[in-house]
Design a protein around this ligand. Structure first.
Ligand SMILES: [Fe+2]
Ligand SMILES: [Fe+2]
Length: 177
């Protein structure tokens, strides 16, 4: 059993994960509209990944006998200014998520809620990887450019990364199933 305070905080995090999914879906649509197929596939893969984060947390709240309370999900950005802007916003967004997860861990530890603390470790590790990946993409965008040949190169790389994410997700779900 978890405290009402932790349950409320976890419900807020479920909302953030759904917002993340929505955020990436919006960017995927914008990339596809801009003929960036690889970028669109990468953001679509991120969308699916964030849905699994939301559902993982939803499952934990239910398993702890607490109430899942789904709130309104905020609207994602209606437009972005090209691929560099998309990834800069992505990094800002993921840093906010990392801060929220860290805050949740602080609260779980302060409340001697070991189960929640252990549960959240997976998310702590996940955020390290997510920020590193986005930093790497941003580095390559700045190095090779976000126009012309450089953009084509990065769009192709993102297509490959999206395929790898889909394979990893399929392997994870078959291992869990
Ligand atoms: Fe997430
Ligand atoms: Fe994320």
């Amino acid at each position: 059993m978890i405290s009402a305070d932790i349950a409320a905080r976890l419900n807020a995090q479920i909302n953030r994960e759904f917002y993340s999914a929505y955020f990436y879906l919006a960017l995927s649509a914008q990339a596809e509209a801009g003929s960036l197929k690889g970028t669109a596939a990468w953001f679509a893969a991120k969308h699916r990944e964030e849905m699994t984060h939301a559902l993982k947390m939803y499952r934990y709240v239910l398993d702890q006998g607490a109430t899942v309370q789904l709130a309104q999900v905020a609207a994602p950005p209606a437009e972005t200014q090209g691929v560099l802007d998309m990834f800069e916003r992505t990094l800002t967004h993921e840093r906010e998520v990392t801060a929220a997860i860290n805050d949740l861990v602080d609260q779980a530890v302060a409340g001697k809620d070991h189960a929640t603390s252990v549960f959240l470790h997976w998310f702590v590790t996940e955020q390290i990887e997510e920020e590193a990946t986005v930093n790497e993409i941003l580095g390559r965008l700045r190095l090779f450019g976000d126009k012309g040949q450089g953009l084509l190169l990065i769009d192709n790389e993102l297509a490959t990364l999206a395929t790898q994410m889909a394979q990893a997700a399929a392997a994870a779900s078959s291992a869990a199933g």
